[in-house]
Write a new protein. Structure first.
Length: 194
């Protein structure tokens, strides 16, 4: 059966992209690791969905059946496409974090996923998103320090990491929901072509 998912922005596997990223960082991009991740993520999603939508607690058989329905049409080609995108993501992320903060951001430091809608499309301007992991402090009834990922679309041409992080930090501090939060430091970051 031919692949029906790879490169399609409506790809159901993209809903598991975060799980694939975590798995690749922890255990690599091997087939067994990615298939285990897919099965586990589908099971978790099915269990959560059924728990929220069923009038009675779902049975194990119902959860397994719903998980299989989610990923039953996934092919080896689909998973090869995910593995390829993961390799590109890991390489671009490493390249970006290895370069100087004031160096020009180069193409090899930007992850361009197969589902990007602006890459190689002359009718649409290139757009980029930065994803930042920060250590923050939130002050309320109690003070909480935590780590949190956030994503922001970047405006204007890409120059350097400092400029991109400055845009992200400005959006963080201007958001109403962050009025009691402050950034302690940036732990990690990556840039993706949208």
């Amino acid at each position: 059966m031919a692949s029906s998912f790879t490169g399609d922005p409506g790809n159901p596997l993209l809903g598991f992209w975060g799980a694939f990223q975590d798995a690749a960082q922890a255990g690599g991009r091997g087939a067994a690791n990615l298939w285990d991740t897919l099965n586990s993520a589908a099971y978790d999603q099915a269990a959560t969905t059924l728990a929220l939508t069923s009038t009675t607690p779902p049975t194990e058989l119902e959860i397994q059946s719903a998980a299989k329905a989610l990923i039953g049409n996934v092919t080896i080609q689909d998973m090869n496409g995910i593995a390829k995108d993961l390799g590109s993501w890991m390489s671009a992320r490493q390249n970006l974090q290895s370069q100087g903060l004031y160096d020009q951001i180069l193409g090899q430091s930007i992850f361009t996923p197969s589902w990007s809608t602006t890459a190689g499309n002359p009718a649409v301007p290139d757009r980029y998103r930065i994803r930042v992991l920060r250590d923050i402090t939130v002050r309320g009834f109690t003070t909480i320090q935590r780590q949190e990922w956030a994503s922001y679309e970047l405006e204007g041409p890409l120059t350097n990491v400092i400029q991109a992080l400055a845009q992200a930090d400005a959006r963080f501090t201007s958001a109403d929901y962050n009025v009691r939060a402050s950034i302690n430091n940036v732990i990690s970051y990556e840039i993706e072509q949208v």
